[in-house]
Design a protein around this ligand. Structure first.
Ligand code: EPZ
Length: 432
């Protein structure tokens, strides 16, 4: 199994290109199920999760080509973000089987488009990162509010809407990104008006609404907590660009704040992560939006401790919590990091401790006592963002850190080691 080897202690200097956002690309790809025409997506990142979703969509009958040519698995040489055309001329199967869905939670979201376009869907209960129980009750309640008949049987959610879904008002009891994506897609092809309240306001929801509107949907209010959708009879093809990855942006900004140096995060968009940028600035890094992206700079003055609590957008994102904890391990004092979105997202704590970090857990809060020195060690992580927090810590640790199980990193970070070594980090992938 591949590993990443890091020799810490180098400052970072140069340019890191920010890729298209994984968490925007996935729902946009799923939206391709909603029309028989071609949906062209630009800036799709080259990631294991994207490849996996291509396989899942292929099972339903979605054909795809990369820049006009049929792609082979990893066939573009593992390159950077690309343009992909998706065409679901005929849906050949409305079942999403356990073997595929269990590998990636977001693939559960096909339930919305399949139900809306075909009147039926049979989708396995999902898998995904081991960060909490992650139920699907909101999807079921919401789709039932649109008139779907739903049964859960043998690990599958079976949804039917023989006479088309019907618009309705639905108030999410809890903010959910995935359930907002699914209900927005389903309501786009429902009869009449749907009003979603307490909807997720994440930029990825806005990107999906823009995509659906370009396909002919009538969605207003995406990016606010009330989204109104006037159902249409059918959607058509469109061409849409995936937004830059705000989590990748925040991750590299924290890497610079941790290791020191001066890096341009090219194509990064500050408004997608203003809260996190403000927090990083409070730790002592200099953050400057430029025409080309965001410049992050930190001199040797040390890292100031800052308390954070994760929240739905526009608050501090849960997907940057582990990386921020990595940064705080070397702060000049104590910080408190509270996780409110997922109940089991502190698995990086014990691995950071292997590098010499002092962290104690009290319920959903981690208390991080900054240390002056981290020391390299072999570590491993059980989810994507936890893995990258270990990379960040390794960059600032003395000596050698080996991060194992890096298939997690490949799910969500495009060419991580190339991007960091391009800025002077000593980091390499070791195969086998
Ligand atoms: C999305 O997951 C992201 N995934 C996650 O990123 C991200 O951490 C999360 O949103 C929160 O921002 C993608 O976009 C592919 P939720 P999602 O539904 O949609 C609970 C990463 O590392 N909930 O907003 O699955 C749930 O358990 C990943 O890239 C229910 O209770 O998250 C959680 O506590 C990890 N019932 C909370 O809501 C439901 O039916 C928010 O989850 C659905 C969710």
């Amino acid at each position: 199994m591949d590993r990443i080897r890091i020799v810490g202690g180098r400052e970072l200097a140069g340019t890191i290109p920010i890729s298209g956002a994984k968490n925007a690309a996935l729902p946009l790809m799923i939206a391709a199920l909603m029309t028989g025409d071609t949906l062209t997506l630009e800036n799709v990142p080259h990631l294991a999760d994207v490849e996996q979703l291509i396989r899942i969509l292929g099972n339903h009958g979605v054909d795809y080509s990369v820049n006009g040519k049929r792609d082979h698995q990893n066939g573009n040489g593992g390159g950077y973000s690309r343009t992909i055309n998706f065409t679901a001329r005929d849906i050949v199967d409305t079942t999403a089987p356990y073997e595929l869905v269990s590998k990636m939670r977001a693939s559960f979201w096909v339930i919305g488009p399949l139900l809306a376009r075909m009147g039926e869907a049979r989708v396995s209960l999902p898998g995904g990162c081991a960060i909490g129980t992650r139920p699907v009750d909101l999807f079921i309640d919401g789709l039932q509010a649109l008139g779907a008949d739903i049964d859960v049987d043998n690990g599958y959610v079976i949804a039917k809407a023989k006479n088309r879904l019907k618009g309705n008002r639905y108030v999410f009891p809890k903010v959910s990104v995935g359930a907002t994506h699914v209900l927005m897609m389903a309501a786009s092809l429902a009869r009449g008006e749907t009003v979603l309240e307490n909807a997720a306001r994440e930029p990825e929801v806005v990107n999906l609404a823009e995509c659906l509107n370009a396909m002919g949907a009538k969605i207003h209010g995406a990016g606010t907590s009330t989204i109104t959708i006037d159902g249409v009879d059918q959607l058509s093809g469109a061409s849409v660009r995936v937004i830059p990855d705000r989590i990748e942006t925040g991750t590299y900004a924290m890497a610079v704040a941790m290791a020191g140096g001066d890096v341009l995060l090219k194509d990064a968009q500050p408004d997608l992560l203003q809260n996190a940028l403000d927090v990083i600035a409070q730790t002592g890094a200099e953050i400057t939006p430029t025409n080309e992206g965001i410049r992050v700079k930190r001199n040797g003055a040390g890292i100031s401790p800052v308390d954070v609590t994760t929240e739905p957008f526009p608050g501090f994102p849960t997907d940057l919590q582990a990386q921020f904890m990595g940064l705080m391990t070397k702060a000049k004092g104590k910080s408190r990091i509270t996780e409110t979105i997922f109940e089991n997202r502190f698995m990086h704590v014990q691995e950071l401790a292997r590098l010499g970090a002092h962290i104690t857990l009290s319920g959903q809060t981690a208390i991080v006592e900054g240390v002056s020195k981290l020391k390299g060690a072999p570590v491993m992580a059980t989810d994507l963002r936890a893995s990258v927090s270990l990379v960040i810590a390794g960059l600032a640790a003395e000596g050698e850190t080996t991060v194992n199980r890096i298939y997690h990193l490949d799910r969500g970070f495009e060419r991580l080691e190339d991007k960091l070594s391009g800025c002077g980090a000593v980091i390499e992938r070791i195969s086998g």
